[in-house]
Design a protein around this ligand. Structure first.
Ligand SMILES: [Zn+2]
Length: 461
């Protein structure tokens, strides 16, 4: 007799909302958690968790998958069940078409989308990243932003380091619209390293002046070059003042981005205290090789969209960034839509590495604190109140992992295999369907849903 579609038995259930760990069984029906119990329950399909850790699926608040299948497969293998795209100011403009197409094509995980500032700029002809948009263009962008929210964008993203000429007036005008619609504003700051402290202060000002809910994106990649302590002081002060500000950060000390972007302008190596040897090409013709002056010049001139990884940050600051309560885990994964064998280890390894390093090896965070940073915290930040918790009625997005073995096996191009799948993530369930089973991707199982935010004014909790 099976009362449920799927039953997960004998799990060590970690619920970050009630702040509790307990041993029990979960019954799932129609993609939702229908029961959490110690009674003997049965399902058409059953998984014995064998006392392994059972948590809500991981919500990656900052990624660049944007509907790209291969990167979504990498993501789900590391426990991600919901991915937020359209970050760093880039992404899709026509969200209505995007969501409809994704819904009919089917996808392994749930996909939400921000609307990007640079994307809006393109639409209104403000294509020079070093120039402020005109008043007329700002007005047009404001209207397009309202329309994007109506189409289901979950927030507004800025990539100010990619459009350093954008004026603060332009930024504030759009952030006001986001505040009015109660949408998150995610900011890849205007610059990094020591000047990045001032850029973090600019983000605080956006929250102060507009009342928007604001998020600093991939914190370690902006201020992990030796100034994390000072940057966190700025954020701590803002949080203490009562501003609605959060941040996300990854598990690696080398970031990857487009070689043709302003991030790699002349002078970047001096700023980071690096040389060409610290730059690894991640995609394209020279994938797997270190940069030289010649390769840098050639890529900057002719292959602007190739992704290059810069070893610019300090490893200790990776961990330091993730300690404050308001900082959650994100990948920044899938930059440049990498093909098999290329990319950045964050595409497949961030969450396993987080539990491996910060919980098992360092004991820097308790298991409950760590789970919260991957689930409840991003869910609440995004207003996704049926995700990020283990509770009856919530979406059955669930990860089962072994805390003793969970680890990341991927490595940087040129050093190892950037998409080598992690160890210890035994099962990943998306909307009640098993997408990863015994660490293996079930590539015909595509239960992910487009998440259209429906302009609901969510009440907290
Ligand atoms: Zn970014």
């Amino acid at each position: 007799m099976s009362e449920f579609d799927l039953v997960i038995k004998n799990g060590t259930l970690v619920d970050p909302e009630r702040n509790q760990m307990t041993v029990g069984h979960i019954g799932i029906n129609d993609g939702k958690i229908a029961a959490i119990t110690r009674d003997d329950i049965h399902g058409k399909k059953e998984i014995d968790a064998g006392l392994n850790i059972v948590t809500p699926g991981f919500i990656d608040i900052h990624a660049h998958i944007d509907g790209y299948l291969y990167s979504a497969q990498c993501a789900v293998l590391q426990g991600i069940t919901t991915s937020v795209g359209g970050n760093c100011g880039f992404g899709v403009f026509n969200l209505e078409h995007f969501f409809a197409e994704l819904g009919s094509r089917k996808f392994p995980l749930n996909q939400a989308m921000m609307i990007g500032h640079t994307t809006l700029r393109q639409e209104v002809g403000a294509t020079d990243p070093y120039k402020a948009a005109s008043k007329e263009q700002v007005k047009k962008m404001m209207a397009l932003l309202e329309a994007a929210f109506a189409q289901g964008a979950i927030g507004l993203s800025f990539g100010l380091e990619y459009s350093p000429g954008a004026s603060i007036e332009e930024v504030l005008a759009l952030s006001h619209i986001a505040a009015k619609n109660d949408k998150l504003v995610a900011v890849h700051t205007r610059t990094d390293s020591w000047a990045g402290i001032g850029a973090v202060k600019e983000v605080v000002r956006i929250a102060e002046l507009t009342g928007a809910r604001v998020q600093v994106s991939h914190l370690v990649y902006q201020v992990g070059m030796g100034m994390m302590k000072e940057a966190l002081e700025v954020l701590n002060d803002a949080v203490e003042k009562g501003l609605d500000i959060g941040a996300d950060s990854g598990m690696y000390h080398a970031f990857g981005t487009f070689i043709g972007s302003a991030v790699y302008n002349e002078g970047c190596l001096e700023k980071w205290g690096c040389d060409f040897n610290h730059l690894f090409v991640a995609t394209g013709k020279y994938a797997g090789q270190r940069c030289t002056r010649e390769i840098y010049d050639e890529l900057r001139a002719n292959y602007k969209d190739d992704v290059v990884v810069a070893f610019a940050c300090k490893e200790a600051e990776v961990y330091e960034a993730l300690l404050p309560e308001y900082v959650m885990v994100s990948t920044d994964g899938a930059v440049g839509s990498p093909t098999p064998g290329t990319g950045h280890p964050q595409d497949v390894g961030t969450y396993p590495r987080f539990f491996q390093k910060m919980v098992r090896e360092q004991g820097a965070l308790s298991l409950l604190e760590a789970v919260k940073k991957c689930t409840l915290l991003p869910a609440n930040r995004l207003g996704l109140y049926t995700k990020g918790r283990l509770k009856t009625g919530c979406d059955a997005d669930i990860v089962i992992f072994n805390l003793n073995t969970i680890s990341d096996r991927a490595n940087y191009p040129g050093i190892g295999q950037p998409d080598l799948t992690p160890e210890g993530i035994d099962y990943v369930v998306v909307n009640g369907e098993v997408v990863v089973e015994n660490e293996k991707l079930q590539d015909s199982i595509l239960p992910g849903k487009p998440i259209r935010d429906e302009l609901k004014r969510w009440s907290w909790g």
